[in-house]
Design a protein around this ligand. Structure first.
Ligand SMILES: [Zn+2]
Length: 93
């Protein structure tokens, strides 16, 4: 017996570029898990360590990022700052 077809409400469209997919995942993780009580949230120092890759990939903080949009958004903000600092416009010709 087959499952009845359910409409895809994810917003993902096949054929999108890799950047589009990453943006989609970024938006999804940044909004899908609001965690209004901030249950189990990490400190800013802990998020900074994750953003700066000072914690191993098996660190429980990474798992929390997948399940907590507020912490994920803080992580993304830190990463964007780091990536912005790494970009030196004087090098662009
Ligand atoms: Zn959190």
């Amino acid at each position: 017996m087959t499952q009845p077809h359910r409409p895809d409400t994810s917003g993902f469209r096949p054929g999108e570029t890799g950047d589009d997919v990453l943006d989609f995942v970024d938006d999804l993780l940044g909004s899908a898990n609001p965690n209004p009580t901030r249950d189990g949230c990490l400190s800013l120092e802990e998020i900074n360590e994750i953003a700066n890759h000072k914690r191993p990939l098996n660190d429980p903080g990474w798992r929390h990022m997948q399940n907590c949009s507020p912490c994920y958004r803080e992580l993304r903000a830190i990463r964007r700052t780091i990536e912005g600092q790494a970009f030196d416009p004087r090098i662009v010709q």
